[in-house]
Design a protein. Sequence first.
Length: 220
Amino acid sequence: MHKQRGAVALALEPDSTTIPWRKPREHMVTPAERELQQIAAAQADPARFAPLYDAYMEQVWRFAMSRLGDPERARDVTSQTFVKAIQSLKSFTPKLQGEGTSFPSWLMMIARNTIIDEQRKQRPTADIQAPELQAHLAATDSPEQHAISRDTQERVRQAIAQLNPRHQRIVQMRIAGYSGAEIAEAMDMTLNGVRTAHSRAYARLRDLLADEIETKEHSK
């Protein structure tokens, strides 16, 4: 009888597969997974970029404002940043299993580069007169010490233009006030790599300016 009651009890035991509150819990989508879904959707159809814009617009604007100090210019940079992001989104590789880049880092890299372009446009001669550039170019009793003057700014500008694209960018970002760590993040380099490239860029500038001044002296 005891065994029969046990069998009956077993038969009456609720089946966990048939009771709604016993069903396995559905997977909850994490914010990171939701963002990956939004990125994939926007890559397939740029018109679906809106959720990403809403999520990061204020962050980009605040960053631009901190660098430019002008609300109107910050808004322009923010707009340009997102236009560039939409245009380049198909080439973006999300960070998965240690590879790729996080979307915020990628977006802020675009913002940094856009800010640099804006600063160069608004202050075309500031880079030549910057104390940071003068300090790196200066060497005791060297002729290039005299190159940083108003009447020779064009020669210095031309010398910068002769650097390879990566060195040009590093020089421009340093002059604009970016730290080595910020440059490393923006250019996908290590901090030591930035420091090495930075030193080589200024060494090359010293050589170019020295050659320019020497040529000018011989032509007199």
